[in-house]
Design a protein around this ligand. Structure first.
Ligand SMILES: [Zn+2]
Length: 183
């Protein structure tokens, strides 16, 4: 599957970054899964909240949220018109000796909608400490407390996606900006 480098930037605030890190270590080595709330401009996704789904059932390579729970969440969010559901996040974890990476699985791609952001956090155990850095592939990575994290963001540009047809050739990466970790 071809992945294009997109022009869109994803801005993660301090509380979003903390939410992503804590959600993924809390359930490690299972995967976490949650909702991204915020707003989108032409060039940026501004993520204001990363909220883990507490009722989602988790396995190593799967996560399931019941549709009735999902409906309640959508109903409640209608009361907060300034915040949009801009996408979701989930983690990938180390399995036996296989280190996790941020590559989306077939299943991840099937569940993506045009214009929605998909944020992936790959978590691996790593004793050696590495400072946080922005990588050439638009991801950010670094270590905290013996874990190595790599965060990647993906989207399907809406304008290329008439008829809701999903073409994995159009998958784009977005550039992650998180000033908090580089301060
Ligand atoms: Zn995944």
């Amino acid at each position: 599957m071809a992945i294009k480098r997109g022009d869109i930037e994803v801005y993660l605030s301090e509380n979003v970054f903390m939410g992503l890190i804590l959600s993924s270590v809390e359930v490690y080595k299972k995967e976490c899964f949650g909702l991204l709330l915020g707003y989108k401009t032409q060039q940026k996704y501004i993520v204001e909240h990363a909220i883990p789904y507490q009722s989602a059932r988790r396995g190593h390579k799967w996560i399931e949220l019941r549709s009735d729970k999902w409906k309640i969440i959508q109903e409640v969010l209608k009361n907060f018109p300034k915040l949009d559901m801009i996408g979701d996040f989930h983690s990938h974890t180390m399995y036996r000796d296989v280190r996790a990476d941020v590559t989306l699985s077939e299943e991840d791609i099937i569940h993506m909608y045009p214009d929605e952001l998909q944020l992936v956090i790959a978590v691996n155990e790593n004793r050696r400490s590495m400072s946080w850095a922005t990588n050439p592939d638009q991801t950010i990575s670094g270590t905290i407390s013996g874990y190595h994290f790599k965060l990647a963001a993906y989207y399907f540009p809406a304008e290329d996606n008439n008829n809701e047809k999903k073409n994995s050739d159009l998958l784009h990466t977005a550039k992650i900006l998180c000033p908090f970790v580089f301060e």
